[in-house]
Each structure stands twice: as structure tokens, then as C-alpha cells.
Design a protein around this ligand. Structure first.
Ligand code: TRP
Length: 335
């Protein structure tokens, strides 16, 4: 029987932070080890160039993200780990899908609509700064997904619409040309925590409130000390529900450790002590991977090699599907 296929992409802008780790990387690394599923993870570098224009930043981010996943133990035998740009078939499929995608569908995409709205609010031309890349972003994402006939697409809430568009595009194609594509579904795991950042809002690069994943021990301690707390003194009972320290604790602790910390809050643990315990907990989980990360960053040959091998495997699958697609639309050898 064909295995269940899970696929997700990571846009290569920015440095991985604790929120990425808890929300996406840790669950994916676990999934990569599951023998019952076939998983595909890739660096979405062609998505990165939609917004980011600094080549050095894209290069650095690709390196950091790939190294992070491998340092954390991604199983690259049991999963396919690759770079989107190493699979030219994805771009070929993107064009074919572009020709089968209603412009009206793309008009409804959130990322594009948000740019238009911001322009309108600023009294600018609605298309100011809007590239065709931004406009067609969901078609590229549909090609990523449909190329590997993935069933489940684990994503954050902001990406659900894009996966639904991929499904619409697949349906329309299948309707015209026969059953070529598998229909994908977005999977949002409600058990995975959306980590709060330093200021209590969702941890996100755009809020500038992140805690980088693999900074030095000293810096990690310093970052954790910056988490916003209230003014309650040691000895005052504290509420776990409005505490970012507690929320992050929950994302790393065992159930017994969660209970233990809840009691300490009630008993009035000081913020300094709570943060110290939080540091110990997080550091214990991350320290071995951090060491591996630093080694791999210094000798990127291993990471590059893994990406190349993954790319070859991904291409084998991709070219097979692309042949079917081309045949279906009437582009094929004469004899
Ligand atoms: N656009 C996604 C994001 O910004 C990344 C992405 C690109 C992706 N292609 C994908 C996610 C395919 C899932 C499947 O988060």
C-alpha cells in the first residue's frame, strides 16, 4: 500500500527561533522518524526571494535552516530533505499550473490582498510594490505540494488558505485533464504550542520578539531574562495563565514538571528564579544539538551533501510526475 505522504516547506528568510522549533521543527523531526509515513521537507528558497532581496541573507538563512534541521536529528533516510531550487521540475509545473489557475482565485489570496490594502490605506497605487511573484505565490506553493502527491500539509493557520488553493488548482486540473494530482489537505496541529515571544505576543520575526534557537548559552540566558513579566515580588503568588515564562515552560516540560512549576507559581517563586529554571530546562534540551549545529555550520560540506542527495531523490519523483502532467496536457514526444 502507498504510504501516507506529508510535505512541508520552510521559507528561507531569517534565523530559526524557539517558536519555529516548538511549532514546526520539533514535530517535523519526529515525523521524519515515523516509518509509517513518507515525509518531504524542503527549503522554500524560491518563496524566499518573493520578499527578501538581500542575497547574503537568503544564503545565510538557507544554511542556518538546513543545518538546524539536521543538527536536531532529521532522519534523511526515512524522509526526503531538499532545496526547492534544486528541483527545476517544480518551476515547470508552476507554469503549467499558472495556465490553469483562475486569476480571480489569486486575487483572493491573503498575502496579496494585505499588500493591496496597505497601499490603499497609504493612498498609494494599489499595485505599488506588488510583484508577479507575490501575486502568483500560491501557484508556486501548489506546485511544491502537487508535485509530490502529498496528502497532508502541516502548516500554521496563515497558510491554510494557500493549501486550499492548491487543492482547488488540483481539482480543476484533474477535471480537465484526468486524475493526475492527489488532493492535499492542510493540517493544523492544535496540540503544538504557538509560542509567545519576549513581549507576550506570538513569537515572530515581524514582531522582533524572538529568542534565537542556537545562540550561545550565555545569550540564551540573557534573552530569557528579557521576557516581559509583571511587577509581582518573590513571595507573591503568580498567575500561570498570563505568564509567558510559564507558557514557554509548558512547551519544553514533562507533565510532571508542568505541575511542579504551577505549584511554584502559586507559592510565589520569584521571576528571576523562574527564568533560571526555564533556562536550565531549555538548555538541557538544546545543548547537544547546539554543539552539533556549531560543528556543521563550520563545515557545511555535510549539509550540502545531504541536500544534494535529497534533491536527487526528490527529482526522481518529480520528473516522473511531470512526465505524466506534460502528457496529460498534450506536450509530449511525437513518436
Ligand atoms: N509559504 C510557506 C510559508 O511561508 C512555505 C511553503 C512554501 C510551504 N511551499 C510550501 C509550506 C508547501 C507547505 C507546503 O510558511
Amino acid at each position: 500500500m502507498e504510504k501516507h505522504r506529508v510535505l512541508t516547506g520552510i521559507t528561507t528568510t531569517g534565523t530559526p527561533h524557539l517558536g519555529n522549533y516548538v511549532g514546526a521543527i520539533r514535530p517535523s523531526v519526529r515525523a521524519s522518524r515515523d516509518k509509517d509515513i513518507e515525509s518531504f521537507f524542503f527549503l522554500a528558497d524560491y518563496h524566499a526571494i518573493i520578499k527578501a532581496t538581500d542575497p547574503e541573507k537568503i544564503r545565510q538563512s538557507s544554511k542556518e535552516i538546513a543545518t538546524t534541521w539536521l543538527a536536531l536529528g532529521l532522519d534523511t533516510d526515512n524522509s526526503v530533505f531538499y532545496r526547492q531550487s534544486d528541483i527545476p521540475e517544480i518551476l515547470e509545473l508552476t507554469w503549467i499550473l499558472t495556465c490553469n489557475t483562475a486569476k480571480g482565485l489569486m486575487n483572493r489570496a491573503h498575502a496579496y490582498k494585505a499588500s493591496v490594502q496597505a497601499n490603499q490605506e497609504a493612498n498609494e497605487d494599489p499595485d505599488f510594490g506588488v510583484t508577479m511573484g507575490l501575486f502568483s505565490y500560491p501557484v508556486l506553493m501548489a506546485a511544491d505540494i502537487l508535485m509530490f502527491r502529498a496528502h497532508d500539509i502541516p502548516v500554521g493557520r496563515d497558510q491554510i488558505q494557500h493549501v486550499e488553493m492548491a487543492r482547488d488548482i488540483a481539482q480543476r486540473f484533474n477535471h480537465h485533464f484526468g486524475e493526475v494530482f492527489t488532493l492535499p489537505s492542510a493540517v493544523v496541529d492544535d496540540n503544538v504550542a504557538i509560542l509567545q515571544g519576549l513581549d507576550g505576543r506570538k513569537m515572530s520575526k515581524s514582531y522582533n520578539n524572538t529568542i534565537p534557537l542556537f545562540e550561545t548559552e550565555k545569550k540564551l540566558r540573557k534573552s530569557l531574562n528579557k521576557i516581559k513579566t509583571n511587577l509581582l515580588e518573590p513571595g507573591d503568588p503568580k498567575d500561570v495563565d498570563d505568564s509567558t515564562v510559564f507558557q514557554i515552560w509548558e512547551a519544553f516540560a514533562t507533565p510532571a514538571q508542568v505541575d511542579d512549576m504551577r505549584e511554584k507559581f502559586a507559592a510565589g517563586i520569584g521571576w528571576g528564579d523562574a527564568k533560571k529554571e526555564l533556562f536550565e530546562l531549555i538548555n538541557a534540551e538544546l545543548a547537544p544539538a547546539r554543539e552539533r549545529y556549531n560543528q556543521l555550520m563550520a563545515e557545511p560540506e555535510f549539509v550540502e551533501d545531504e541536500l544534494r542527495k535529497g534533491g536527487e531523490r526528490a527529482r526522481a519523483t518529480a520528473s516522473e510526475l511531470l512526465d505524466k502532467v506534460r502528457h496529460a496536457i498534450g506536450i509530449s514526444p511525437l513518436t
